[in-house]
Design a protein around this ligand. Structure first.
Ligand code: HSE
Length: 385
């Protein structure tokens, strides 16, 4: 097997190192704009066509990240008849149906195990669960950066800005942390999980996401007093009388202290599915990092080497996100009291705000209006665990 590796950053280097230990799986090319003198066993090139026109290369591994040029390189690779492995959650979640249709049309594999859960064997087991069981929900802590921040706010008594700065200093958070702290990274992982769990293709940007940017230490303290931790949770579940619709969202969530989710520390992730026959099954481990993520990428390469098909279901219903059909309790702290939605809520005092009940769609729309109006808002879902 001859491989073209696109990108030699943190995960690209990890994949290269792991593959060097594997006989029969040779990285023939590394595509990178830099010269990379440390790469002595592969051809370093800036020319995508050099790789795509080489008939010896059957598989490419895309680890450039971001949308462009990763999307163009991946579609060109599929069209050239190459199998594709990628860890790119943004690209796959935003172009899910299109990329899968293209891979099927070309008769090649498309695998993206590392795009959700990092080193945790999550999507691959979710796909296996789906084929033998009706799945009802997927949910979990899918972002290490926000878990690190919330955990250090709790255990080291820091406020949000202080915890974020510390996470950036230690290299756990990026210089621009928006995708993590605004819940977008978790949104892409939730979309991919929902797609595989339910055999659908959700529109990623219709999955409501509210992050932890406005959380205060006082919110964690009042949650703790009542027996909860605050965690950023992505969840997707069947809704409607027949369970034939899907709701999917990302929001800070009150997690009971005596649950597995309430006891995940540092950068670790925990993700679970619940289904008929199997009940709840939890997966815990490293959701990011050079070698954990590199390991998951290599697992996909080995799967292709062994002749396994793509990481997706044959059925793929294009379906709107039905967040208006999912209602639950919320802890809500806001000064956007003039909005008619707030006025109409039945409110019970809770911590520094209120406990209210709302649909996911209405609560997230309210938060979006509060943000535009420059008002303060923090909310946390209060779900059964
Ligand atoms: N920024 C992500 C996280 C990296 O913190 O989990 C892995 O997707």
């Amino acid at each position: 097997m001859k491989i073209g590796l696109f990108g030699f950053g943190t995960v690209g280097k990890g994949v290269f190192d792991i593959l060097e230990e594997r006989p029969g799986m040779d990285v023939k090319y590394v595509l990178d704009l830099r010269p990379l003198p440390e790469v002595t066993t592969a051809i370093v090139t800036k020319d995508l066509n050099q790789i795509l026109s080489d008939p010896e290369v059957d598989t490419v591994v895309e680890l450039i990240g971001g949308m462009h040029p990763a999307y163009e390189f991946v579609t060109a690779s599929l069209k050239a008849g190459k199998n594709v492995v990628t860890a790119n959650k943004l690209m796959v979640s935003m172009h899910y149906a299109e990329l899968i249709s293209l891979a099927k049309e070309m008769g090649v594999s498309l695998r993206f195990s590392a795009a959700a859960g990092g080193g945790i064997p999550w999507l691959v087991n979710l796909q296996r669960a789906h084929r033998a069981s009706r799945l009802e929900s997927v949910f979990g802590i899918m972002n290490g950066t926000t878990n690190y921040i919330l955990d250090s706010m709790d255990t080291l008594d820091k406020d949000f800005d202080e915890a974020l700065a510390e996470a950036q200093r230690l290299g756990f958070a990026e210089a621009d942390p928006s995708s993590d702290i605004d819940g977008l990274d978790t949104r892409h992982k939730t979309t991919l999980s929902a797609n595989i769990a339910f055999g659908v293709a959700l529109e990623d940007d219709k999955v409501d996401a509210f992050g932890i940017r406005t959380v205060k230490k006082a919110d964690l303290d009042c949650a703790k007093e009542k027996g909860y931790m605050l965690k950023l949770i992505g969840k997707a579940c069947r809704v409607g009388a027949a369970g034939d619709k899907v709701a999917a969202w990302v929001e800070p969530t009150l997690v009971p202290l005596d649950t597995p989710q309430g006891n995940i520390h540092g950068c670790d992730n925990i993700i679970a599915f619940e289904g008929s026959h199997i009940g709840k099954t939890h997966f815990i481990g490293a959701g990011a990092g050079r070698y954990p993520t590199g390991y998951a990428v290599v697992q996909d390469v080995v799967d292709i080497f062994c002749g396994n098909a793509g990481l997706y279901n044959e059925e793929m219903a294009l379906m709107p996100v039905a967040n208006e059909m999912e209602c639950h309790k919320y802890y809500l702290r806001t000064d956007f009291t003039e909005d008619p939605f707030f006025a109409a809520l039945e409110k019970t005092p809770w911590g520094n705000g209120f406990e209210v009940t709302s649909s996911v769609r209405d609560m997230h729309d309210f938060a979006a209006r509060a943000k535009v109006a420059g008002k303060e808002i923090f909310f946390a879902g209060h779900l059964a665990f």
